[in-house]
Design a protein around this ligand. Structure first.
Ligand code: SAM
Length: 511
Protein backbone atom coordinates (compact mmCIF):
# COMPACT_ATOMS: atom_id res chain seq x y z
CA UNK A 1 0.00 0.00 0.00
CA UNK A 2 1.27 3.50 -0.81
CA UNK A 3 1.02 5.99 1.99
CA UNK A 4 0.65 9.63 0.95
CA UNK A 5 2.15 11.71 3.71
CA UNK A 6 1.83 15.49 3.66
CA UNK A 7 4.07 17.19 6.18
CA UNK A 8 2.32 20.27 7.57
CA UNK A 9 5.39 22.47 7.37
CA UNK A 10 5.93 21.60 3.69
CA UNK A 11 2.32 22.33 2.95
CA UNK A 12 2.47 25.59 4.84
CA UNK A 13 5.57 26.73 2.99
CA UNK A 14 4.05 25.78 -0.36
CA UNK A 15 0.87 27.69 0.43
CA UNK A 16 3.06 30.62 1.47
CA UNK A 17 4.90 30.45 -1.85
CA UNK A 18 1.62 30.40 -3.76
CA UNK A 19 0.30 33.37 -1.82
CA UNK A 20 3.49 35.35 -2.38
CA UNK A 21 3.31 34.46 -6.04
CA UNK A 22 -0.43 35.32 -6.09
CA UNK A 23 -1.22 31.96 -7.58
CA UNK A 24 -4.83 30.86 -7.75
CA UNK A 25 -5.78 28.38 -5.09
CA UNK A 26 -6.17 25.68 -7.73
CA UNK A 27 -2.46 26.14 -8.44
CA UNK A 28 -1.78 24.16 -5.30
CA UNK A 29 -0.09 21.03 -6.56
CA UNK A 30 0.82 17.94 -4.73
CA UNK A 31 2.84 19.38 -1.83
CA UNK A 32 6.51 19.07 -2.74
CA UNK A 33 7.64 17.58 0.47
CA UNK A 34 11.22 17.60 1.65
CA UNK A 35 11.89 14.02 0.71
CA UNK A 36 11.47 14.83 -2.99
CA UNK A 37 14.51 17.08 -2.87
CA UNK A 38 16.88 14.39 -1.82
CA UNK A 39 17.92 11.14 -3.46
CA UNK A 40 15.28 8.49 -3.83
CA UNK A 41 13.44 7.59 -0.68
CA UNK A 42 12.58 3.95 -0.06
CA UNK A 43 9.91 2.85 -2.55
CA UNK A 44 7.23 2.27 0.00
CA UNK A 45 7.46 5.85 1.27
CA UNK A 46 7.21 7.66 -2.05
CA UNK A 47 4.15 9.89 -2.17
CA UNK A 48 1.98 9.72 -5.22
CA UNK A 49 1.15 12.82 -7.27
CA UNK A 50 -1.84 14.81 -6.19
CA UNK A 51 -5.18 13.85 -7.66
CA UNK A 52 -4.02 10.47 -8.95
CA UNK A 53 -5.40 7.32 -7.52
CA UNK A 54 -3.09 4.52 -6.65
CA UNK A 55 -3.50 1.70 -9.12
CA UNK A 56 -4.35 -1.78 -7.98
CA UNK A 57 -1.15 -3.37 -6.87
CA UNK A 58 -0.15 -0.24 -5.07
CA UNK A 59 2.03 1.40 -7.73
CA UNK A 60 1.44 5.10 -8.38
CA UNK A 61 0.34 6.03 -11.89
CA UNK A 62 3.11 8.30 -13.10
CA UNK A 63 3.00 10.27 -16.29
CA UNK A 64 5.37 8.73 -18.79
CA UNK A 65 5.64 5.65 -16.61
CA UNK A 66 7.15 2.41 -17.86
CA UNK A 67 6.70 1.19 -21.46
CA UNK A 68 7.35 4.43 -23.42
CA UNK A 69 11.09 4.60 -24.19
CA UNK A 70 12.59 7.93 -23.10
CA UNK A 71 13.06 10.51 -25.82
CA UNK A 72 16.64 10.15 -27.08
CA UNK A 73 17.09 13.87 -27.77
CA UNK A 74 15.97 15.09 -24.36
CA UNK A 75 17.92 12.34 -22.60
CA UNK A 76 21.08 13.37 -24.47
CA UNK A 77 20.40 17.01 -23.55
CA UNK A 78 19.98 16.29 -19.85
CA UNK A 79 23.12 14.16 -19.78
CA UNK A 80 25.10 16.86 -21.60
CA UNK A 81 23.70 19.48 -19.24
CA UNK A 82 24.63 17.45 -16.13
CA UNK A 83 28.20 17.00 -17.45
CA UNK A 84 28.47 20.71 -18.14
CA UNK A 85 26.97 21.72 -14.78
CA UNK A 86 29.52 19.47 -13.06
CA UNK A 87 32.36 21.32 -14.80
CA UNK A 88 32.77 18.99 -17.79
CA UNK A 89 33.07 20.07 -21.41
CA UNK A 90 30.18 21.73 -23.22
CA UNK A 91 28.87 19.21 -25.76
CA UNK A 92 27.72 21.80 -28.32
CA UNK A 93 27.47 19.13 -31.04
CA UNK A 94 24.71 16.52 -30.75
CA UNK A 95 25.90 12.93 -30.18
CA UNK A 96 26.47 10.97 -33.40
CA UNK A 97 23.65 8.60 -32.43
CA UNK A 98 21.21 11.42 -33.19
CA UNK A 99 21.24 11.23 -36.98
CA UNK A 100 18.01 12.94 -37.91
CA UNK A 101 18.38 16.67 -38.71
CA UNK A 102 15.28 17.64 -36.74
CA UNK A 103 16.57 15.73 -33.71
CA UNK A 104 19.96 17.40 -33.97
CA UNK A 105 18.36 20.82 -34.19
CA UNK A 106 16.18 20.13 -31.16
CA UNK A 107 19.23 18.96 -29.18
CA UNK A 108 21.09 22.21 -29.92
CA UNK A 109 18.02 24.31 -29.18
CA UNK A 110 17.28 22.64 -25.84
CA UNK A 111 20.84 22.46 -24.55
CA UNK A 112 21.69 26.02 -25.56
CA UNK A 113 18.40 27.19 -24.11
CA UNK A 114 19.17 25.60 -20.74
CA UNK A 115 22.66 27.12 -20.77
CA UNK A 116 21.39 30.52 -21.90
CA UNK A 117 18.62 30.75 -19.28
CA UNK A 118 20.36 28.79 -16.55
CA UNK A 119 19.89 31.13 -13.60
CA UNK A 120 16.28 31.96 -14.40
CA UNK A 121 15.39 28.28 -14.81
CA UNK A 122 17.20 27.29 -11.62
CA UNK A 123 15.51 30.10 -9.70
CA UNK A 124 12.09 29.20 -11.04
CA UNK A 125 12.45 25.50 -10.26
CA UNK A 126 13.63 26.50 -6.78
CA UNK A 127 10.64 28.82 -6.33
CA UNK A 128 8.20 26.15 -7.42
CA UNK A 129 9.92 23.65 -5.14
CA UNK A 130 10.34 26.18 -2.34
CA UNK A 131 13.96 25.10 -1.99
CA UNK A 132 17.27 26.72 -2.93
CA UNK A 133 18.64 25.14 -6.14
CA UNK A 134 21.61 23.66 -4.31
CA UNK A 135 19.21 21.64 -2.13
CA UNK A 136 17.50 20.05 -5.10
CA UNK A 137 18.77 16.77 -6.47
CA UNK A 138 20.90 17.48 -9.57
CA UNK A 139 18.96 15.22 -11.96
CA UNK A 140 15.59 16.46 -10.72
CA UNK A 141 16.75 20.06 -11.06
CA UNK A 142 17.97 19.39 -14.62
CA UNK A 143 14.63 17.82 -15.58
CA UNK A 144 12.73 20.72 -14.03
CA UNK A 145 14.90 23.20 -15.94
CA UNK A 146 14.48 21.34 -19.22
CA UNK A 147 10.71 21.17 -18.79
CA UNK A 148 10.44 24.83 -17.80
CA UNK A 149 12.56 25.89 -20.76
CA UNK A 150 10.19 24.14 -23.15
CA UNK A 151 7.08 25.54 -21.48
CA UNK A 152 8.39 29.09 -21.36
CA UNK A 153 10.42 29.49 -24.54
CA UNK A 154 9.22 27.02 -27.16
CA UNK A 155 6.00 26.71 -29.10
CA UNK A 156 5.36 23.06 -28.43
CA UNK A 157 2.34 21.38 -26.93
CA UNK A 158 2.84 21.80 -23.15
CA UNK A 159 1.53 18.36 -22.25
CA UNK A 160 3.99 16.75 -24.67
CA UNK A 161 6.89 18.75 -23.24
CA UNK A 162 5.94 17.73 -19.70
CA UNK A 163 5.30 14.10 -20.62
CA UNK A 164 8.58 13.68 -22.51
CA UNK A 165 10.54 15.36 -19.73
CA UNK A 166 9.20 13.48 -16.74
CA UNK A 167 9.58 10.21 -18.64
CA UNK A 168 13.36 10.66 -18.51
CA UNK A 169 13.58 10.21 -14.75
CA UNK A 170 14.00 6.40 -14.71
CA UNK A 171 16.73 6.54 -17.39
CA UNK A 172 18.61 8.91 -15.08
CA UNK A 173 18.17 6.39 -12.26
CA UNK A 174 15.87 8.75 -10.42
CA UNK A 175 12.42 7.18 -10.95
CA UNK A 176 11.06 8.97 -7.89
CA UNK A 177 11.69 12.32 -9.64
CA UNK A 178 8.89 11.68 -12.14
CA UNK A 179 6.15 12.86 -9.84
CA UNK A 180 8.28 15.65 -8.38
CA UNK A 181 9.09 17.10 -11.80
CA UNK A 182 5.54 16.51 -12.98
CA UNK A 183 4.13 18.51 -10.05
CA UNK A 184 6.53 21.37 -10.72
CA UNK A 185 5.82 21.48 -14.42
CA UNK A 186 2.05 21.21 -14.05
CA UNK A 187 2.13 24.19 -11.70
CA UNK A 188 4.32 26.11 -14.13
CA UNK A 189 1.91 25.21 -16.92
CA UNK A 190 -1.01 26.61 -14.92
CA UNK A 191 0.92 29.80 -14.14
CA UNK A 192 1.52 30.21 -17.85
CA UNK A 193 4.58 32.46 -17.57
CA UNK A 194 6.41 32.90 -20.88
CA UNK A 195 9.97 33.85 -21.68
CA UNK A 196 11.76 35.62 -18.87
CA UNK A 197 8.54 36.85 -17.19
CA UNK A 198 8.50 36.15 -13.48
CA UNK A 199 5.81 36.10 -10.81
CA UNK A 200 8.03 38.13 -8.47
CA UNK A 201 10.72 40.65 -9.47
CA UNK A 202 14.16 39.08 -9.74
CA UNK A 203 17.55 40.82 -9.95
CA UNK A 204 18.65 41.43 -13.55
CA UNK A 205 21.53 38.94 -13.27
CA UNK A 206 19.08 36.18 -12.29
CA UNK A 207 16.26 37.08 -14.67
CA UNK A 208 18.63 37.50 -17.61
CA UNK A 209 20.87 34.61 -16.43
CA UNK A 210 24.28 36.26 -16.27
CA UNK A 211 26.98 35.98 -13.60
CA UNK A 212 26.76 38.76 -10.99
CA UNK A 213 30.28 39.98 -11.79
CA UNK A 214 29.42 40.71 -15.42
CA UNK A 215 26.20 42.55 -14.63
CA UNK A 216 27.78 44.55 -11.81
CA UNK A 217 30.70 45.68 -13.97
CA UNK A 218 28.57 46.53 -17.00
CA UNK A 219 26.07 48.43 -14.85
CA UNK A 220 28.87 50.49 -13.31
CA UNK A 221 30.22 51.31 -16.80
CA UNK A 222 27.16 51.58 -19.02
CA UNK A 223 24.25 52.10 -16.58
CA UNK A 224 21.24 49.89 -15.94
CA UNK A 225 19.41 50.57 -19.22
CA UNK A 226 22.27 49.60 -21.51
CA UNK A 227 23.25 46.67 -19.33
CA UNK A 228 19.69 45.36 -19.51
CA UNK A 229 19.81 45.76 -23.30
CA UNK A 230 23.15 43.88 -23.47
CA UNK A 231 21.82 41.02 -21.36
CA UNK A 232 18.61 40.81 -23.37
CA UNK A 233 20.58 40.79 -26.64
CA UNK A 234 22.82 38.04 -25.24
CA UNK A 235 19.77 35.96 -24.39
CA UNK A 236 18.46 35.98 -27.95
CA UNK A 237 20.31 34.34 -30.78
CA UNK A 238 17.81 34.35 -33.54
CA UNK A 239 19.96 34.99 -36.55
CA UNK A 240 23.41 35.55 -37.93
CA UNK A 241 25.17 38.01 -40.16
CA UNK A 242 26.62 36.83 -43.45
CA UNK A 243 29.58 38.34 -45.23
CA UNK A 244 29.10 38.46 -48.96
CA UNK A 245 32.11 37.37 -50.99
CA UNK A 246 32.02 40.59 -52.94
CA UNK A 247 34.85 39.46 -55.22
CA UNK A 248 32.37 36.94 -56.70
CA UNK A 249 28.84 38.18 -56.03
CA UNK A 250 27.07 41.34 -54.87
CA UNK A 251 24.75 41.50 -51.82
CA UNK A 252 21.61 41.88 -53.94
CA UNK A 253 22.52 38.94 -56.18
CA UNK A 254 23.29 36.78 -53.13
CA UNK A 255 19.95 37.71 -51.60
CA UNK A 256 18.28 36.50 -54.79
CA UNK A 257 20.26 33.24 -54.70
CA UNK A 258 19.28 32.60 -51.09
CA UNK A 259 15.63 33.39 -51.82
CA UNK A 260 15.68 30.95 -54.77
CA UNK A 261 17.02 28.32 -52.37
CA UNK A 262 14.16 29.03 -49.95
CA UNK A 263 16.09 31.07 -47.36
CA UNK A 264 14.87 34.40 -45.99
CA UNK A 265 17.57 37.03 -45.59
CA UNK A 266 17.83 40.81 -45.71
CA UNK A 267 20.43 43.58 -45.86
CA UNK A 268 21.96 44.26 -42.43
CA UNK A 269 20.88 47.60 -40.91
CA UNK A 270 24.38 48.40 -39.63
CA UNK A 271 26.26 47.62 -42.82
CA UNK A 272 24.45 47.45 -46.15
CA UNK A 273 26.97 45.05 -47.71
CA UNK A 274 26.30 42.49 -44.99
CA UNK A 275 23.25 40.22 -44.91
CA UNK A 276 21.18 39.02 -41.99
CA UNK A 277 19.28 35.76 -41.82
CA UNK A 278 17.26 34.14 -39.07
CA UNK A 279 17.60 30.78 -40.80
CA UNK A 280 21.26 30.06 -40.27
CA UNK A 281 20.84 26.28 -40.46
CA UNK A 282 19.11 26.63 -43.82
CA UNK A 283 21.82 29.03 -45.06
CA UNK A 284 24.49 26.45 -44.27
CA UNK A 285 22.64 23.87 -46.39
CA UNK A 286 22.39 26.08 -49.49
CA UNK A 287 24.37 25.59 -52.64
CA UNK A 288 25.34 29.27 -52.43
CA UNK A 289 27.06 28.62 -49.10
CA UNK A 290 28.75 25.45 -50.37
CA UNK A 291 30.00 27.40 -53.38
CA UNK A 292 31.65 29.83 -50.98
CA UNK A 293 29.57 32.88 -51.85
CA UNK A 294 29.20 33.86 -48.21
CA UNK A 295 30.83 33.45 -44.82
CA UNK A 296 29.09 33.53 -41.44
CA UNK A 297 30.71 36.47 -39.71
CA UNK A 298 29.32 38.88 -37.16
CA UNK A 299 28.60 42.34 -38.52
CA UNK A 300 30.92 43.93 -35.93
CA UNK A 301 33.91 42.11 -37.44
CA UNK A 302 32.76 42.93 -40.95
CA UNK A 303 32.48 46.60 -40.04
CA UNK A 304 35.94 46.61 -38.46
CA UNK A 305 37.51 45.11 -41.57
CA UNK A 306 35.62 47.46 -43.92
CA UNK A 307 36.78 50.43 -41.85
CA UNK A 308 40.48 49.54 -41.53
CA UNK A 309 40.87 48.10 -45.05
CA UNK A 310 42.84 51.20 -46.22
CA UNK A 311 45.52 50.42 -43.58
CA UNK A 312 45.83 46.73 -44.48
CA UNK A 313 47.96 47.06 -47.58
CA UNK A 314 51.34 45.66 -48.56
CA UNK A 315 52.67 42.86 -46.34
CA UNK A 316 49.99 42.08 -43.76
CA UNK A 317 50.30 39.50 -40.99
CA UNK A 318 47.19 38.20 -39.23
CA UNK A 319 48.91 37.04 -36.02
CA UNK A 320 45.88 35.22 -34.51
CA UNK A 321 44.16 34.02 -37.64
CA UNK A 322 41.81 31.14 -36.84
CA UNK A 323 39.16 30.36 -37.89
CA UNK A 324 39.95 32.88 -40.59
CA UNK A 325 37.06 35.35 -40.58
CA UNK A 326 39.21 38.45 -40.91
CA UNK A 327 41.95 36.84 -42.98
CA UNK A 328 39.50 35.53 -45.58
CA UNK A 329 37.85 38.95 -45.61
CA UNK A 330 41.18 40.59 -46.42
CA UNK A 331 42.21 38.00 -49.01
CA UNK A 332 38.73 38.24 -50.57
CA UNK A 333 39.33 41.92 -51.34
CA UNK A 334 41.89 40.62 -53.90
CA UNK A 335 43.85 43.85 -53.85
CA UNK A 336 46.91 43.95 -56.06
CA UNK A 337 50.00 44.65 -53.98
CA UNK A 338 48.59 43.18 -50.77
CA UNK A 339 50.19 39.97 -49.51
CA UNK A 340 48.49 38.47 -46.46
CA UNK A 341 49.85 35.71 -44.23
CA UNK A 342 47.97 33.97 -41.42
CA UNK A 343 49.64 32.80 -38.20
CA UNK A 344 47.93 30.78 -35.47
CA UNK A 345 49.03 28.92 -32.36
CA UNK A 346 46.65 25.99 -32.69
CA UNK A 347 47.30 23.47 -35.50
CA UNK A 348 43.68 22.26 -35.39
CA UNK A 349 42.37 25.78 -35.73
CA UNK A 350 44.87 26.55 -38.48
CA UNK A 351 43.28 23.68 -40.42
CA UNK A 352 39.93 25.52 -40.14
CA UNK A 353 41.51 28.57 -41.76
CA UNK A 354 42.70 26.37 -44.64
CA UNK A 355 39.22 24.85 -45.06
CA UNK A 356 37.59 28.28 -45.08
CA UNK A 357 40.03 29.62 -47.67
CA UNK A 358 39.25 26.59 -49.83
CA UNK A 359 35.45 26.76 -49.46
CA UNK A 360 35.53 30.45 -50.35
CA UNK A 361 37.74 29.62 -53.36
CA UNK A 362 40.20 32.31 -52.37
CA UNK A 363 43.73 32.68 -53.70
CA UNK A 364 46.37 30.50 -52.00
CA UNK A 365 47.47 32.20 -48.79
CA UNK A 366 50.53 31.28 -46.69
CA UNK A 367 49.58 29.90 -43.28
CA UNK A 368 51.98 29.48 -40.45
CA UNK A 369 51.73 27.71 -37.15
CA UNK A 370 53.35 30.18 -34.77
CA UNK A 371 53.11 31.71 -31.33
CA UNK A 372 52.24 35.35 -31.79
CA UNK A 373 54.36 36.16 -28.72
CA UNK A 374 57.48 34.93 -30.56
CA UNK A 375 56.99 35.56 -34.26
CA UNK A 376 59.54 33.99 -36.60
CA UNK A 377 60.24 37.23 -38.48
CA UNK A 378 62.71 40.09 -38.51
CA UNK A 379 62.05 43.38 -36.72
CA UNK A 380 59.77 45.74 -38.65
CA UNK A 381 59.12 43.15 -41.36
CA UNK A 382 55.40 43.92 -41.89
CA UNK A 383 53.43 46.89 -43.11
CA UNK A 384 50.56 45.94 -40.83
CA UNK A 385 49.86 43.34 -38.16
CA UNK A 386 46.27 42.41 -37.38
CA UNK A 387 46.10 41.25 -33.78
CA UNK A 388 42.66 39.82 -33.05
CA UNK A 389 43.71 38.62 -29.64
CA UNK A 390 42.43 35.71 -27.54
CA UNK A 391 40.20 37.20 -24.83
CA UNK A 392 37.42 36.54 -22.36
CA UNK A 393 34.96 36.93 -25.27
CA UNK A 394 32.28 38.56 -23.12
CA UNK A 395 31.02 40.24 -26.30
CA UNK A 396 30.26 36.84 -27.89
CA UNK A 397 27.80 35.49 -25.34
CA UNK A 398 24.93 35.72 -27.83
CA UNK A 399 26.53 33.01 -29.89
CA UNK A 400 28.29 31.07 -27.13
CA UNK A 401 26.08 31.26 -24.01
CA UNK A 402 28.28 28.73 -22.22
CA UNK A 403 30.89 31.51 -21.88
CA UNK A 404 28.75 33.02 -19.12
CA UNK A 405 29.50 30.07 -16.87
CA UNK A 406 33.03 29.34 -18.04
CA UNK A 407 34.66 32.79 -17.87
CA UNK A 408 35.45 34.31 -14.50
CA UNK A 409 36.56 37.68 -13.24
CA UNK A 410 39.78 36.06 -12.04
CA UNK A 411 40.62 35.06 -15.65
CA UNK A 412 41.02 38.65 -16.81
CA UNK A 413 44.63 39.25 -15.59
CA UNK A 414 45.88 36.17 -17.48
CA UNK A 415 44.17 37.34 -20.70
CA UNK A 416 45.60 40.84 -20.19
CA UNK A 417 49.09 39.38 -19.76
CA UNK A 418 48.85 37.36 -23.01
CA UNK A 419 47.41 40.36 -24.86
CA UNK A 420 50.26 42.53 -23.62
CA UNK A 421 52.87 39.97 -24.82
CA UNK A 422 51.13 39.69 -28.22
CA UNK A 423 50.98 43.48 -28.59
CA UNK A 424 54.67 43.88 -27.73
CA UNK A 425 55.65 41.29 -30.33
CA UNK A 426 53.33 42.74 -32.98
CA UNK A 427 54.92 46.14 -32.35
CA UNK A 428 58.40 44.67 -32.91
CA UNK A 429 57.25 43.23 -36.24
CA UNK A 430 55.76 46.45 -37.70
CA UNK A 431 57.71 48.93 -39.85
CA UNK A 432 57.92 52.67 -39.28
CA UNK A 433 54.61 54.25 -40.23
CA UNK A 434 52.98 50.80 -40.19
CA UNK A 435 49.99 49.79 -38.08
CA UNK A 436 49.07 47.27 -35.42
CA UNK A 437 45.31 46.73 -35.44
CA UNK A 438 44.38 45.46 -32.04
CA UNK A 439 40.96 43.86 -31.58
CA UNK A 440 39.10 41.78 -29.01
CA UNK A 441 35.54 40.54 -28.66
CA UNK A 442 35.59 41.46 -24.98
CA UNK A 443 33.65 44.18 -23.16
CA UNK A 444 36.18 44.34 -20.32
CA UNK A 445 38.48 47.40 -20.08
CA UNK A 446 41.43 45.32 -18.81
CA UNK A 447 41.55 43.71 -22.26
CA UNK A 448 40.63 46.82 -24.24
CA UNK A 449 41.38 50.46 -23.43
CA UNK A 450 43.55 49.60 -20.40
CA UNK A 451 45.61 47.16 -22.53
CA UNK A 452 46.07 49.89 -25.15
CA UNK A 453 47.07 52.49 -22.54
CA UNK A 454 49.60 50.09 -20.99
CA UNK A 455 51.00 49.41 -24.46
CA UNK A 456 51.29 53.09 -25.36
CA UNK A 457 53.00 53.84 -22.05
CA UNK A 458 55.58 51.13 -22.72
CA UNK A 459 56.01 51.90 -26.47
CA UNK A 460 56.52 55.62 -27.02
CA UNK A 461 57.30 54.89 -30.70
CA UNK A 462 53.57 54.18 -31.15
CA UNK A 463 50.54 56.45 -31.15
CA UNK A 464 46.84 55.67 -31.21
CA UNK A 465 44.91 56.83 -34.26
CA UNK A 466 41.20 57.42 -34.34
CA UNK A 467 38.87 55.48 -36.59
CA UNK A 468 37.42 58.90 -37.38
CA UNK A 469 40.67 59.65 -39.33
CA UNK A 470 39.70 56.98 -41.87
CA UNK A 471 37.01 57.23 -44.55
CA UNK A 472 33.52 56.29 -43.39
CA UNK A 473 32.87 52.69 -44.47
CA UNK A 474 30.46 52.38 -47.39
CA UNK A 475 26.94 51.42 -46.37
CA UNK A 476 27.42 52.23 -42.67
CA UNK A 477 23.98 52.58 -41.08
CA UNK A 478 25.07 54.57 -38.01
CA UNK A 479 26.74 57.83 -37.15
CA UNK A 480 30.46 56.85 -37.08
CA UNK A 481 31.27 58.82 -33.92
CA UNK A 482 28.51 57.01 -32.03
CA UNK A 483 30.58 53.85 -32.43
CA UNK A 484 33.87 55.32 -31.16
CA UNK A 485 35.33 55.77 -27.67
CA UNK A 486 36.81 59.09 -26.58
CA UNK A 487 40.24 57.70 -27.64
CA UNK A 488 38.95 56.98 -31.15
CA UNK A 489 38.73 53.20 -30.70
CA UNK A 490 35.81 51.28 -32.19
CA UNK A 491 33.49 49.86 -29.55
CA UNK A 492 30.36 47.91 -30.39
CA UNK A 493 28.18 46.51 -27.64
CA UNK A 494 26.08 43.37 -28.12
CA UNK A 495 22.72 44.21 -29.67
CA UNK A 496 19.83 42.39 -31.33
CA UNK A 497 21.81 41.92 -34.57
CA UNK A 498 25.44 42.26 -33.50
CA UNK A 499 28.02 41.06 -31.03
CA UNK A 500 30.46 43.07 -28.95
CA UNK A 501 33.83 44.17 -30.29
CA UNK A 502 36.64 46.56 -29.42
CA UNK A 503 39.39 47.68 -31.80
CA UNK A 504 42.20 50.23 -31.64
CA UNK A 505 44.56 51.49 -34.37
CA UNK A 506 48.18 51.77 -33.22
CA UNK A 507 50.73 53.32 -35.57
CA UNK A 508 54.52 53.23 -35.33
CA UNK A 509 55.70 56.80 -35.73
CA UNK A 510 57.93 57.77 -38.64
CA UNK A 511 57.75 57.37 -42.39
C1 SAM B 1 39.72 35.81 -31.42
S1 SAM B 1 40.39 34.43 -32.18
C2 SAM B 1 40.85 35.08 -33.76
C3 SAM B 1 39.70 35.14 -34.71
C4 SAM B 1 40.13 35.39 -36.14
N1 SAM B 1 40.95 36.55 -36.29
C5 SAM B 1 38.92 35.51 -37.05
O1 SAM B 1 38.52 36.62 -37.40
O2 SAM B 1 38.35 34.48 -37.40
C6 SAM B 1 41.96 34.30 -31.41
C7 SAM B 1 42.83 33.22 -31.98
O3 SAM B 1 44.13 33.37 -31.42
C8 SAM B 1 44.69 32.08 -31.23
N2 SAM B 1 45.79 32.23 -30.27
C9 SAM B 1 45.76 32.17 -28.93
N3 SAM B 1 46.99 32.39 -28.42
C10 SAM B 1 47.80 32.62 -29.46
C11 SAM B 1 49.18 32.89 -29.59
N4 SAM B 1 49.95 32.99 -28.51
N5 SAM B 1 49.69 33.05 -30.82
C12 SAM B 1 48.90 32.95 -31.93
N6 SAM B 1 47.59 32.67 -31.87
C13 SAM B 1 47.04 32.52 -30.66
C14 SAM B 1 43.52 31.26 -30.78
O4 SAM B 1 43.78 29.89 -31.00
C15 SAM B 1 42.39 31.81 -31.63
O5 SAM B 1 42.28 31.06 -32.80
Amino acid sequence: MVIHIVLPDDLASWVGTCRKARLPSNALPNPLSARFMTPAPPRSRQPRPSGRKARPGGKPQHPGAAKTPPDAVRLAVVRAWLDFARGGPFAAEPPVALRDDAQRRLYVQLLRGMVRHRRLLEAEVARLADRPPNRVDAEALALGMLGLYQLRFLDMAPHAAVFETVALAPALRKPWARSWVNAILRTAQREGLRGTDTAQPLPLAVRASHPDWMVERWTARYGTGRTTAICEANDRYEGAALRVETGRIGPQALLRRLTEEGVRASRHPLLADALWSEQLGAVLRTQAFREGLCYVQDVSSQLLMAWVAPLLEGRVLDACAAPGGKLTHLVGLRRPGTWAVGAELSAARLAQVRENLQRLRLPATPLLRADGRHLPCADRAWDAVLLDAPCSATGMIRKYPELKWRKHLEDLPAFAETQSALLTEAARAVRRGGHVLYATCSLEPEENEDAVQRFLAAQPAFRQRSFADLPRPAGLGAEPRSLLTKDGALQLLPGPQQMGLYAAILQRRGA
